[in-house]
Design a protein around this ligand. Structure first.
Ligand code: 9Z3
Length: 391
């Protein structure tokens, strides 16, 4: 088999086309960073979710890297909760998002948390048979409303009612309202308040990616913008910028020029795919893009024996500040911080539904990861002050 090609970061960007929206996104990032450094905030880039490697230009099939986006979305929230960071959230399209992740369709189906309350205060549908259309056992559903343009006139059923004694489904016109089920009200209210506050302060900016190539273009563009942006006193973000690289990034890709234009056809026996190595851009990020920012990378392994040696290898090769090591099976309750000076494990108790804090609330390991990293970042910024002004 031919040897896979090894590209430098420069060669990679010279041959992989940029995402079409790149310039607009980077202009918006520039405005976001300027606004926040002028408010005295630090800025953290959080990357989240897995990258894809498409097999065709007209993509029907692709390889994916494992990640639900929990680590990134939860971490972004904890950076925001610290009150000191504005967050650029570079995430896999449709992966989990800060705040809304608490109500994902699989963990907390939103519609199951709501009740319809009729004008007389009773809960609609409680203990009643679902309405029937008088036909062969079919239920009568109200029409699906359009989210974009609310109907001007009261919604009507699409089929004529078979008889007048079939009850109409409740509508807003007859005084019905929606109520959040009491046990869910307080947590939802408090989350909604946090979310609205984040929006009104302008401290969260999200950008989606899908492929590994898009991811690397955005990573380079955003790091350069963060590295170069200065506050109104002419001081660069420099060491006050943090890069928290939790996205699961493919090590291999198919270069643009080698990719099949159309769907790969079957019928020729097995499919052999040759992939080239994705350049290791972390070194370039340290040396050229980030202007001395505090860089945290993640190392994911499945074999415990190689986790620390691999993390240490990455630290030595790229020269950044810290590697957070985690194993696929235990990533929600233990991680290891690997620095030049040594390593330190962080563990929270694990139970079947996730770890719980003293008050019974669900405890997330990201809360402690971020608290630890913010402390290290403080020290890093202070060291820079002693050495002289930011570059
Ligand atoms: C991680 O190790 C993340 O913690 C997880 C989070 C992907 C495990 P979830 O989103 O999972 O909560 O489901 N991210 C980095 C993975 C990675 O690709 N690291 C590269 C490597 O291990 C270095 S950049 O070689």
């Amino acid at each position: 088999m031919a040897e896979a090609q090894q590209f430098s970061a420069e060669e990679f960007f010279a041959q992989q086309p940029p995402p079409p929206q790149l310039e607009q996104h980077l202009e918006a990032v520039q405005r976001f960073v300027e606004h926040n450094v002028n408010q005295g905030r630090r800025v953290v880039l959080v990357t989240s979710g897995g990258t894809t490697v498409p097999l065709e230009h007209n993509v029907v099939r692709f390889l994916d890297n494992f990640s639900a986006g929990t680590r990134g979305a939860s971490s972004a929230e904890h950076f925001l909760r610290s009150g000191r960071y504005a967050v650029i959230f570079l995430h896999r399209q449709h992966s989990l998002q800060p705040f809304s992740r608490h109500y994902s369709h699989s963990t907390n189906p939103f519609l199951d948390l709501l009740d319809v309350v009729s004008a007389d205060g009773s809960l609609a549908g409680k203990g009643k048979e679902p309405e029937r259309d008088g036909g062969a056992g079919d239920y009568l559903f109200p029409p699906i409303p359009s989210m974009q343009s609310p109907p001007a006139s009261p919604p009507s059923t699409s089929r004529p009612l078979p008889s007048l004694d079939v009850p109409m489904p409740p509508t807003a016109e007859d005084g019905s309202t929606i109520q959040i089920r009491p046990p869910h009200l307080d947590p939802m209210l408090s989350l909604l308040r946090s979310y609205k506050l984040v929006k009104s302060l302008g401290v969260l900016h999200s950008i989606p990616f899908t492929t590994v190539s898009e991811y690397l273009w955005y990573l380079r563009g955003i790091s350069r913008v963060m590295g170069q942006t200065k506050d109104c006193e002419g001081q660069a973000l420099g060491r006050r910028g943090m890069y928290y690289l939790a996205a699961a990034v493919s090590d291999f890709f198919i270069p643009y020029t080698k990719m099949s234009e159309h769907k790969i056809q079957s019928g020729k026996g097995s499919l052999v795919i040759e992939m080239d190595q994705v350049p290791k851009v972390l070194k370039t990020m340290v040396d050229e893009w980030s202007n001395d920012g505090f860089i945290v990378s993640f190392k994911l392994e499945t074999d415990p024996a190689i986790l620390i040696p691999k993390a240490r290898g990455a630290l030595e090769r790229y020269g950044h500040q810290i590697v957070v090591g985690n194993l696929l099976d235990t990533r929600k309750h233990e991680v290891v911080f690997v620095q030049r000076a040594g390593e330190e494990w962080l563990r929270i108790p694990a139970d079947d539904g996730g770890a719980r804090g003293a008050g019974g609330e669900v405890k997330e390991i990201e809360e402690d990861i971020i608290a630890h990293l913010v402390g290290l970042h403080d020290r890093y910024v202070d060291e820079g002050r002693r050495e002289g002004p930011f570059k």
